[in-house]
Write a protein that binds this ligand. Structure first.
Ligand SMILES: [Zn+2]
Length: 89
């Protein structure tokens, strides 16, 4: 069990920062609306930038990546927001 958990923790699924730097998210609990989000902090992994901290599009609270939800989660503006990154084409 411990080994299993350790292996899971090693998988870093933090999303990459798009080349144009524009990040759009979608509220998982209220899908359909694409919202532009501000990137507050990035980190370099495998020579590419990944999004470490994203501002909540509703209240501006800094949100860290949640690897289990595969989303950025904000609990600061009353209703819980689960923001997934929308992949640009
Ligand atoms: Zn918020």
């Amino acid at each position: 069990m411990k080994a299993y958990r350790k292996k899971r923790m090693k998988v870093d699924n933090t999303p990459f920062l798009p080349l144009d730097g524009k990040v759009y998210v979608m509220d998982s609990l209220n899908p359909g609306e694409k919202i532009k989000a501000e990137v507050l902090k990035t980190r370099v992994r495998e020579h590419r930038e990944i999004i470490e901290v994203l501002a909540c599009p509703v209240c501006g609270n800094p949100m860290n990546w949640d690897p289990l939800w595969e989303a950025f989660i904000c609990t600061k503006h009353g209703k819980k927001g689960i923001y997934e990154i929308v992949q640009q084409r």
